[in-house]
Write a protein of this length. Structure first.
Length: 137
């Protein structure tokens, strides 16, 4: 992997961009403010989704400091812990597993609703009785 020169817009969004020498695939390192966007909570230091929720602050591991962390706490965020960085932080978003479960549940509900609409829209056809050619007048 080697570093790639960034454009002005990329400098705002990424700390660094790396490119593979063999396949030329690019990988980027997001800035800290990028980790606060999205549907699910992430570690503010390493960006991993593999975090756990805490009920109360732990006095052994340090608390992540900063303006965004304080705003998350004041906005009603919950306390999370990153097992890799051993840091605690506040976030208003939910865990990634919860977000994915809700999305799967919503997909299943829409599929079930589509099936029920489809069965209601198709009229039931009465089987023909033998010997009758149609309605008698």
């Amino acid at each position: 992997m080697r570093r790639v020169h960034r454009t002005l817009l990329e400098r705002v969004s990424y700390l660094a961009i790396y490119s593979c020498k063999d396949c030329h695939a690019e990988d980027n390192m997001p800035r800290a403010h990028q980790l606060h966007r999205g549907k699910s909570a992430r570690c503010p230091k390493c960006g991993t989704f593999r975090i756990t929720r805490l009920k109360e602050p732990d006095h052994i591991d340090k608390m992540h400091t900063g303006l965004l962390n304080m705003l998350e706490k004041m906005a009603g965020g919950r306390l999370f812990h990153c097992r890799y960085c051993r840091v605690q932080f506040w976030d208003r978003r939910r865990l990634q597993a919860e977000v994915l479960a809700d999305e799967e549940r919503a997909i299943e509900e829409t599929a079930e609703a589509a099936e029920t609409e489809e069965t209601e829209a198709t009229p039931e056809v009465q089987p023909a009785t033998p010997g009758s050619d149609g309605p008698e007048a």
